[in-house]
Design a protein. Structure first.
Length: 196
C-alpha cells in the first residue's frame, strides 16, 4: 500500500519544478495584497514609528563620536553577525543623514527601513557622521540613529561600518526577513518530506 501511495504521489508531482535562485521571489499580488494595501500599511507603520521614536536629545543615551556601535537581537547567529561587522553582505540601499535635521533624519531613516524591508532587502548602509561639533552634545545624529534603530522591529542587527564604508561614522544595518522571504526559506528548507 505504501509503495502505491508513493507512486501516485510521484506521478502527481512529475511536472512540479523546485524554486531556484532565479525564481524564488513572490509578488504582493500573488499573495492577494494590492499595492494600495501595501501603501496604507507602510504609511501606518511609518506614522506609528514617528510617534514612538523621540526627537528629544535629553532622553538619548549619548555615544561618543569615535565609539563603535554594535547591536543584535536575540537569535542572530555569531557567524552572521561577524559577516555583517566585516561588511561581507551586499548592500543595495544607502542613506547619508549628514545634512538632515533630527526630524528629517528620523523620517528618512524610517522610510528607508520600511521600503527596503518591503522590497525584501536585508542589508543597508546608514551614514550618520561622527558629529564632533554637533549641539547640544557631540555625536547627536549618531546617538539618535543608534537609539532609533534599536526600536525598529524591522532591524535585526547593526554594527559600525568598516573603514572603507565610513568607519564609526556609518552603520551596516541588517533587516529581518520579510514575510515573502520567510515563505521562500520555509519552502526551500522543508524538512521531513523525504524528497530532497
Amino acid at each position: 500500500m505504501q509503495q502505491q501511495d508513493d507512486d501516485l504521489f510521484m506521478a502527481a508531482m512529475a511536472d512540479v519544478k523546485p524554486l531556484t535562485a532565479n525564481n524564488n521571489h513572490f509578488h504582493a499580488s500573488s499573495l492577494g495584497v494590492t499595492g494600495a494595501q501595501l501603501a496604507r500599511r507602510a504609511a501606518a507603520e511609518q506614522n506609528e514609528y514617528l510617534q514612538k521614536l523621540s526627537l528629544a536629545p535629553a532622553i538619548f543615551e549619548p555615544v561618543k563620536p569615535d565609539d563603535v556601535l554594535s547591536y543584535k537581537k536575540n537569535g542572530v547567529q555569531e557567524e552572521v553577525f561577524r559577516h555583517l561587522r566585516l561588511g561581507k553582505y551586499k548592500i543595495k540601499s544607502v542613506i547619508d543623514l549628514h545634512a538632515y535635521s533630527l526630524s528629517q533624519a528620523r523620517e528618512a531613516l524610517i522610510d528607508l527601513v520600511l521600503k527596503a524591508h518591503n522590497r525584501g532587502e536585508r542589508n543597508l548602509l546608514v551614514i550618520h557622521g561622527k558629529g564632533f561639533n554637533s549641539k547640544p552634545y557631540p555625536a547627536l545624529m549618531k546617538t539618535a540613529v543608534n537609539n532609533w534603530l534599536e526600536q525598529l522591529e524591522e532591524v535585526q542587527a547593526f554594527h559600525s561600518a568598516t573603514r572603507e564604508h565610513g568607519g564609526t561614522g556609518a552603520l551596516f544595518v541588517m533587516l529581518v526577513k520579510s514575510e515573502q522571504q520567510r515563505v521562500v526559506a520555509s519552502e526551500t528548507n522543508r524538512k521531513g518530506s523525504g524528497f530532497r
